[in-house]
Design a protein around this ligand. Structure first.
Ligand code: SF4
Length: 171
């Protein structure tokens, strides 16, 4: 099993969140940005307003956490390549990032659920699902396009929904 890091490392990512994700002007962002278009503040060496994001109206950028999906897509799925060097990579990297965001988020939820008092069979299922989200060979773009990663995510969501009674009894 290839363990996924749930800790974002922007230094190993091709600034995917600043390109792939769309945002709307409002409380969290100062202007509209369509999906798959680089933010106007993004330069070759990163965000040009990084230290001033809050006063400039980009609290959404501060709050966002890809949980490690960005560097996974950049380093593991695309071998360190970037849309900056090859614009044709922008679309496939965007596809991969959208799916890997969900994979990383659901893996984080599973890790948190380990602290619940679950029956043995559910603990076992939880471990199975953690393994399914971290295939030994790693995720590939082909897996994403074939829907295999989304299928794994859907199974985790269904399992997490079944944990509600255990969450309620904990508090
Ligand atoms: S403001 Fe900076 S951190 Fe936010 S999307 Fe633009 S470049 Fe990225």
């Amino acid at each position: 099993m290839t363990a996924l890091s749930l800790q974002a490392d922007c230094s190993r990512c091709a600034a995917l969140c600043c390109v792939v994700l769309a945002f709307d002007r409002g409380e969290m962002f100062a202007f509209d940005k369509p999906a798959c278009e680089p933010c106007r503040h993004l330069a070759a060496d990163g965000c040009q307003v990084h230290a001033d994001r809050k006063p400039l109206g980009f609290r959404g950028c501060i709050a966002f956490d890809c949980a490690g999906a960005g560097q996974y897509v950049t380093q593991v799925m695309f071998g360190g390549r970037s849309w900056r060097d090859d614009p044709d990579l922008a679309r496939p990297m965007g596809e991969a990032f959208a799916t890997m965001l969900a994979v990383h988020a659901q893996l984080g939820h599973l890790h948190q659920s380990r602290s619940l008092s679950l029956p043995d069979e559910m603990q076992q299922r939880l471990c199975e699902l953690e393994r399914a989200l971290q295939p030994a060979a790693g995720w590939t773009l082909e897996d994403v396009r074939a829907g295999r990663a989304e299928k794994a995510v859907a199974e985790v969501r269904a399992f997490l929904a079944s944990l509600r009674p255990f969450v309620a009894t904990r508090s």
